[in-house]
Design a protein around this ligand. Structure first.
Ligand SMILES: C[S@@+](CC[C@H](N)C(=O)[O-])C[C@H]1O[C@@H](n2cnc3c(N)ncnc32)[C@H](O)[C@@H]1O
Length: 257
């Protein structure tokens, strides 16, 4: 992957009478450091882009601060096919399964590989299944672009438990249309005490799933994570007026025996 840099330009405001006016907005760019970058204010040369983190580059009267990207900056640019599991929900999965560097994770379906890639940053190993070839191609592309080496991508139907031969899995994340059909797979692959995590958009689907669970799979909880971003500066301290939309319900299940 070409060397990348992050460019940050802070919001610029002026005082007009007793009102603050934003004359140029906040900008964040993820740029290739091996070629000049064209901003709407002018060009930043590749020589300037290679300056060390924290350096300030001026374009006309606009200042850009140069940063070195971290994993999250690269992750936010991965290729997306289907709906990916959002960061707020990934946070809840990590916290409620207590994933560690020793954890082995099974994931289905891969989709764009978003959750697989994020969890691979923390876990020992991730195995990701999808039934669809193009999803597997996107996942593989994303794994390569993030330089991850501990993910194995497999083609297969996660509902066909006789063909899924993983064992001793610590965490099994299911983001497929009908997770109830993968209960036998969960029973087979999870270690005792391991977690099954179900990601479903509708509460009626959660209810249908729960009805199918056998005794040895204990429902720990079902949650919905609502993230509300606030606008906080010298004049404002209130929730941002954007949609705080529902994504999905997360159900955490534990294998008892
Ligand atoms: C919403 S996407 C998953 C997104 C993924 N969790 C992510 O974070 O990028 C659902 C995926 O499940 C796959 N899928 C559907 N049924 C499946 C099955 N029975 N076995 C394996 N994968 C399946 C689809 O092909 C699709 O790529």
């Amino acid at each position: 992957m070409a060397k990348k840099k992050i460019l940050i330009k802070k919001e610029k405001k002026i005082q007009v009478d007793d009102k603050e006016r934003v004359i140029s907005g906040f900008e964040k760019h993820y740029v290739d450091a091996d070629k000049d970058f064209h901003t709407k204010h002018g060009i930043i040369s590749k020589k300037d882009l290679l300056k060390k983190a924290g350096s300030v580059v001026k374009v006309k009267n606009h200042e850009f601060i140069i940063l070195d990207p971290v994993f999250l900056d690269h992750y936010k640019r991965i290729k997306r096919m289907a709906q990916i599991i959002t960061l707020k929900d990934i946070g809840a999965i990590i916290a409620n399964t207590g994933i560690t560097k020793d954890s082995v994770v099974l994931d289905a379906g891969s989709g764009s590989g978003a959750i697989a890639c994020f969890l691979a940053m923390l876990a020992k190993k991730v195995i990701s299944y999808d039934i669809d070839k193009s999803s597997l191609e996107t996942t593989t592309e994303n794994i390569q672009s993030l330089g991850l080496r501990n993910i194995t991508v497999k083609e297969g139907n996660i509902y066909s438990y006789t063909k899924i031969n993983e064992k001793n899995i610590d965490i099994f994340v299911l983001d497929v249309p009908d997770p109830g059909k993968a209960i036998k797979t969960a029973q087979k692959v999870l270690k005792i005490g391991g977690f099954l995590v179900i990601y479903l958009p509708n509460i009626t689907q959660v209810q249908d799933f729960v009805k199918e669970l056998p005794e040895e799979l204990l429902i720990e909880k079902t949650i919905e994570v609502i993230e509300r971003e606030w606008a906080v500066d010298a004049k404002r301290s209130r929730p941002k007026t954007k949609d705080h939309g529902h994504t999905a319900f997360l159900t955490f299940v534990r294998k008892l025996k």
